[in-house]
Design a protein around this ligand. Structure first.
Ligand SMILES: [Zn+2]
Length: 172
């Protein structure tokens, strides 16, 4: 297998070699694709991790904010039932408001607004986490595609090359 006479120059020997299918450019393109692909994949993985951590932190913040508001409501002299009413959907709608004084109604409006603000903040944080998570997945997919592209571009084929005149023939 190793000693095949060259049919072109008659005095050389054909040697088995591996050659980039796209020539020297293939070797460069391969690494130009694989290295950024790895970086994008890593960044995607980090985004996913950060997004996941953000999502679980959001739940903690929300629960914390709710218990803070509950504490303020009961400290303002309202019952747990009133606190439950506001914290369940942000509006005092199951309690008979006719029993409340004007001052108490103003207090309640404040707690309702506070709950609303907490929810908006939580929603924004949640959306940011979801976006980071989405970017992470996109990064993983894009990075993987770029790496795959690099591997395809960098495919090497077997050739027989003459050690004397340099002619090459495909060896399949
Ligand atoms: Zn030759």
């Amino acid at each position: 297998m190793s000693d095949i006479a060259c049919k072109t120059c008659d005095n050389g020997t054909m040697r088995k070699k591996k050659k980039y299918a796209l020539g020297a450019g293939g070797a460069i393109l391969k690494w130009l694709c694989i290295l950024p692909g790895i970086v994008i994949c890593l960044m995607g993985g980090c985004s996913l991790a950060v997004g996941g951590a953000g999502a679980s932190a959001t739940v903690d913040v929300h629960d914390q904010a709710k218990s803070d508001i509950r504490k303020q409501i009961t400290e303002a002299g309202f019952s747990q039932a009133v606190a439950d009413d506001i914290l369940d959907d942000g509006i005092l709608n199951k309690t008979d408001k006719t029993t409340l004084t004007d001052e108490q109604k103003i207090h309640i409006s404040g707690f309702e607004a506070q709950y609303l603000g907490t929810n908006i903040g939580t929603g924004l944080a949640g959306a940011t986490s979801a976006a980071a998570g989405g970017l992470g997945i996109a990064g993983l997919v894009i990075g993987f595609i770029i790496m795959a592209l690099g591997l395809v571009l960098g495919i090497r084929k077997n050739v027989l090359s003459c050690d004397s005149c340099g002619v090459t023939i495909s060896a399949g």
